[in-house]
Write a new protein. Structure first.
Length: 377
């Protein structure tokens, strides 16, 4: 059995060689290794050290990016090259102990799991205690991810993720940086694979020691949780998200209408202009956060159906607003009532007409696992 260990590397000249030596130490009679080092355009001596290690160990493959792209891009490159039965992620900074990989392989080798994650928060081993706010942020992101994926992970952001090779090579990885973690968890969950979690040891670094993840990566992870999960979420969860999107668009609709109405613009023109601009914002937010662009239709048909829904709901918005105004109700209350009604109608139109998607289906049976060739393409 062969394990492919993919090591993304960016400016890790001090730790790369010790890390690789630790990885090579787990090889044995029953475990062959393929170590793929992906140098992400390091500016130090990392590449030179990687090439030196390659001469020492024939199992090592060295790949290089001419331009720095990020951890996700490096992993994407490494996964494509992997040829082992299983594929593991190993950071080059020695925060994670490669000896734990042997334990993570156990359920995979037994045929009981398709993906195994190592949790830093379920460990009986050593664990360096650092950065309370990082821990709190990780807990929040993991909790939010679990809400969408229907998993009960304790450490979604962990580096240690081990996959069946056919599984990871069936996934289209889009994120170039640390957004890889929530993206890959979302996509393997949607494949309804057998996902396991096991405790590992952890020796975290400080920023002075070379830790790279920052606040902006946390916000990107938050975005990725919505981006890669929301389009497959249950309808009630999608509606809750849409309330914020629709609410923002409705507020914009209201403010533009009131502004135009105050400036003396004719009522019909004010209503149509406000609604059209708000609908445009609504569409882009839906594509960016909630639904998947071209979920079923090509771009032309999607826009055509979107315009149909916009026209339909816009007509209802116009008729309701004018009717309420004719009844002597104030412009604010009239437009607010029409906007609230529009949120519900717009959600239904977008979810079932513009961006229709099938549900992810049931989880795989432990006794009767399904084929793994139907992943994200």
């Amino acid at each position: 059995m062969t394990l492919s260990v993919v090591i993304p590397c960016y400016n890790e000249e001090k730790t790369l060689a010790p890390c690789v030596e630790c990885v090579m130490a787990i090889a044995g009679d029953d475990l062959a290794l393929e170590v793929i080092i992906v140098d992400d355009a390091s500016r130090d001596q990392s590449l030179r050290k990687a090439e030196k290690l390659k001469k020492k160990y024939p199992q090592i493959v060295v790949l290089r990016h001419e331009k720095n792209q990020g951890k996700g891009a490096a992993l994407r490159t490494g996964f494509q090259k992997a040829s082992g039965d299983f594929v593991a992620v190993q950071d080059a900074d020695l925060e994670y102990d490669p000896q734990d990989l042997k334990r993570l392989l156990v359920p995979l080798r037994k045929g009981e799991a398709d993906v195994v994650l190592g949790s830093r928060f379920q460990s009986s081993g050593y664990h360096r205690v650092l950065y309370f706010w990082h821990y709190l942020g990780n807990c929040f992101l993991t909790f939010l991810s679990n809400m969408f994926t229907d998993l009960n992970l304790s450490d979604m952001e962990t580096c240690y993720k081990v996959f069946r090779r056919d599984v990871i090579q069936a996934v289209k990885i889009e994120e170039n940086r640390f957004g890889f973690e929530p993206e890959i968890v979302a996509k393997v969950a949607q494949m309804r694979l057998r996902i396991f979690e096991m405790g590992i040891s952890y020796r975290g670094r400080t920023y002075a020691e070379g830790k790279k993840i920052g606040v902006k990566d946390g916000f990107r992870a938050l975005y990725c949780i919505f981006r890669y999960n929301a389009h497959k979420a249950p309808v009630p969860v999608q509606f809750i998200i849409y309330v914020f999107i629709g609410g923002l668009a409705a507020l914009m609709n209201l403010m533009i209408f009131l502004g135009l109405h105050t400036w003396g613009v004719e009522t019909n023109v004010s209503i149509i202009t406000a609604y059209g601009l708000a609908a445009l914002v609504n569409y882009f937010l839906c594509v960016a956060i909630l639904f998947r662009h071209r979920a079923r239709w090509n771009t032309f048909n999607e826009i055509l159906i979107f315009l149909f829904v916009v026209g339909l709901v816009g007509s209802a918005d116009l008729l309701l607003t004018k009717a309420l105004l004719a009844m002597g109700i104030s412009a604010v209350k009239s437009k607010l009532a029409a906007s609230v009604s529009g949120v519900m109608l717009n959600f239904m139109g977008r979810r079932f007409l513009v961006f229709p998607e099938a549900s992810v289906g049931p989880w795989q049976s432990q006794e009767n696992p399904l084929p793994h060739n139907e992943g994200e393409k």
